[in-house]
Write a protein that binds this ligand. Structure first.
Ligand SMILES: [Zn+2]
Length: 159
């Protein structure tokens, strides 16, 4: 409890640090002129990308749950990522730029906020930092730069 509030105060005073949590900021996407779903489409695995061909007209499709047979109306790209692509062993690998790798981590964990320190640990485990040194400091430098990449911004501090 004490540690948490100390951390929040430090972030307010000195700006984000390696323990500041980031996430995909959907308000940022809504206010940008970029197409979120186009960027979602880019994260699909090759097989799924060929199946959909485009990100257009897949916002609301009837999706049959393979296990229960239940039909639900969902965003096909989000659903496909959730049940398929994010589980592929190479979903987060060392062919990705750092910002795309971060974006994919948040897609695969339901956008649960993570700090650069935590992201660095995930990249180490997944092999994504094989080519580049994705230290917490390097991740912070990129995510906290002047330009916002893929809507990844500091998550609001817990009340
Ligand atoms: Zn896939």
């Amino acid at each position: 409890m004490l540690e948490q509030s100390t951390r929040v105060h430090a972030a307010r005073r000195f700006g984000p640090g390696v323990d500041t949590e980031f996430h995909i900021d959907h308000d940022w996407w809504a206010n940008s002129n970029l197409d979120y779903r186009f960027h979602l489409y880019q994260q699909l695995c090759d097989e799924c990308r060929q199946r959909f061909r485009t990100h257009v007209d897949t916002e609301a499709v009837d999706w049959v749950d393979a296990e229960t047979g239940e039909v639900r109306r969902v965003d096909a790209l989000t659903e496909c990522l959730r049940i398929n692509c994010t589980h592929q062993p190479d979903f987060i690998d060392d062919t990705l730029p750092l910002t795309a790798a971060c974006f994919r981590v948040f897609l695969s964990n339901d956008n649960r906020p993570l700090s650069p320190t935590e992201l660095s640990g995930i990249f180490e485990q997944s092999g994504a930092s094989r080519r580049s040194q994705w230290t917490p400091q390097e991740i912070l430098r990129i995510l906290n730069g002047k330009q916002v990449f893929m809507g990844i911004r500091p998550a609001p501090a817990a009340p």
